[in-house]
Design a protein. Structure first.
Length: 550
């Protein structure tokens, strides 16, 4: 039996601390408040009381979750179409056709056997990959007491219906990858709380599940520790018993890794900046809280009267009046002072607060530059933030990122579907459509085009151009429309344009949308029936003579 020290060994690239920090930066809220000490270290000149006060006044805005959720929602705004290849029924090509109303349709509608669709599961996996740089998903079939004889029996007892399950990135502690990026073997670790009864104290049990390949199929072994008290762990050389094992029909280890290139892992890139913003914001809020309460300082005069001077008051002669003044202020809100005593209220000037606030603003701008890959410095970006050119560059950068993410996710979905079909003994070549239209529409620019669209369409001498332009224009107005509805719209536009007169035979238009008449036709049109120019007629001379009245 393997010992605990061997089972809990970790891969050199596994960083549990980094995964925890990224998860906290993404979740924020009370999770960040309870674990503020992970990011806020005690300063050299900071007392324990002041440090505790700073931990209680943390200020964190979840910039990471805002950015990551935005890209995840934008990527999956449209529908995903998963089907076999177009030439699946062609016997001369690789792959076979999937059956209609098969388990694959059920899998896409309820991927986890709990009602979650395959699209929602992929959105969750993609969100984790943006956060950590990678994510894992597991594939399995329902466990049955007896193995089915054939595929028909599997479909009857629902044992052939696949499902997905989440695998936390912190659970995958050791692995070996082959040249294609698939696992040669992988080790999963989980720490489970066990409490069979509410009257029994909870305990925990550590599990290790090891996946390997044997004879071209995947097999697994499950090792479990004994039930342990919370906070207790096995000794390094304690032997861990084998609890269960099994062999599957998967032709690869059914633990798939979605790995993003380093340049596309948003969480890893902006994590240090989010930490810096959190640290400075917490210091700023803590300092402001302390400076809001102004400090009263009392300057006490002499206790006795000067030689030859007026006798001192009873208050001034009291040598313990500094204690009395402090007690009066705490209980009454005021204190009685002597003639030469002075009280002042000291407030913070706030110069350091202004500097810290400016630094936080610069860090936020820097964070946006990292995400959008902007070349300008933060000062220039702030100056151009309201310009149309800057907005267009931001949209273009976002579209480029989403296009790259869409390509990665389509390949990952194909990998999942191929893993399932091969385990079922089918050779299906999968085709994934969608995740490829990320044009971000500027409504102001779209309305400007709407006013000029009739003129542009009328001036076009190509019906094909009119179809494409019209389809693109009206599709841009519909966010989240289904593929079926968009296809219907395109068909209706094509039918309408085909029924229009041939634009090649129509008269050209000027800049105002009016027909342009050729010069010869214009000259003819400007003459009357007798060939005389129109509009230049002279008034006939009157034949009536004026009679001068005498």
């Amino acid at each position: 039996m393997p010992i605990y020290k061997t089972l809990k060994s970790e891969n050199s690239h596994y960083d549990h601390n980094l995964l925890d920090r990224l998860e906290l930066l993404y979740k924020g809220g009370y999770h960040m408040q309870r674990n503020a000490s992970v990011f806020l270290k005690q300063l050299a000149a900071e007392s324990d009381v002041s440090y505790d006060d700073r931990l209680c006044s943390v200020a964190y805005l979840p910039y990471m979750s805002d950015i990551i959720d935005y890209y995840a929602s934008m990527l999956f705004a449209g529908e995903i179409s998963i089907d076999d290849a177009a030439d699946a029924e062609d016997d001369s090509t690789i792959g076979e056709a999937s059956e209609e109303d098969s388990v694959y349709e059920l899998f896409q509608n309820a991927a986890d056997l709990k009602g979650q669709s395959f699209e929602d599961a992929m959105r969750h996996t993609f969100t984790d990959s943006l956060m950590y740089g990678h994510a894992y998903v597991g594939i399995d079939f329902p466990k049955v007491d007896e193995l089915p004889v054939n595929l028909l029996e599997e479909e009857i007892n629902q044992s052939a219906r696949p499902y997905l399950y989440d695998i936390d990135a912190e659970c995958v502690i050791d692995w070996s990858l082959n040249e294609s990026g698939r696992f040669d073997w992988v080790k999963l670790k989980s720490d489970n709380i066990v409490q069979p009864s509410p009257l029994v104290a909870p305990k925990h049990q550590i599990e290790f599940k090891i996946w390997t390949m044997d004879g071209g199929v995947a097999k697994w072994e499950l090792y479990q520790t004994k039930l342990l008290d919370i906070g207790k762990y096995p000794a390094p050389n304690d032997e861990i018993a084998l609890a269960d094992s099994g062999t599957t029909t998967f032709r690869e280890i059914p633990v798939l890794k979605l790995c993003l290139p380093p340049g596309l892992a948003i969480g890893v890139k902006i994590g240090p900046i989010c930490e810096d913003i959190f640290q400075r914001s917490s210091i700023l809020v803590n300092g402001e809280n302390k400076s809001i309460q102004a400090m009263r300082i009392v300057f006490l005069g002499d206790e006795g009267a000067p030689p030859g001077g007026a006798p001192a008051s009873m208050v001034s002669e009291n040598p313990y009046r500094h204690l009395q003044v402090s007690q009066d202020w705490e209980s009454k809100g005021f204190g009685v002072l002597g003639k030469d005593d002075d009280m002042r209220v000291v407030e913070a000037e706030g110069k350091a607060f202004t500097v810290v606030e400016q630094q936080i603003d610069k860090l936020i701008e820097k964070l946006k530059e990292v995400v959008h890959q902007m070349a300008n410095s933060s000062s220039k970006a702030k100056a151009k933030a309201a310009s149309a050119v800057s907005k267009q560059e931001d949209r273009h950068a976002t579209e480029m990122l989403l296009t790259a993410y869409g390509s990665i996710m389509r390949d990952f979905i194909k990998q999942i579907m191929s893993c399932i079909s091969s385990a079922r003994g089918e050779s299906i070549v999968w085709a994934v459509d969608g995740l490829d239209n990320f044009t971000i529409i500027d409504r102001t620019q779209l309305m400007l085009e709407a006013t000029a669209f009739p003129l542009v369409a009328a001036q076009s001498k190509s019906k094909t151009f009119t179809k494409l332009y019209t389809g693109k224009f009206y599709t841009a107005m519909l966010d989240g429309a289904s593929h079926e509805d968009l296809a219907t719209i395109r068909e209706e536009i094509e039918e309408t344009v085909d029924a229009m007169p041939d634009p090649k035979e129509a008269d050209p238009l000027d800049v105002n949308g009016m027909p342009i008449v050729p010069q010869e036709d214009q000259l003819i049109a400007n003459k009357d029936s007798l060939g005389r120019p129109k509009g230049n007629k002279k008034k006939p001379k009157s034949i009536t003579k004026k009679v001068n009245k005498k």
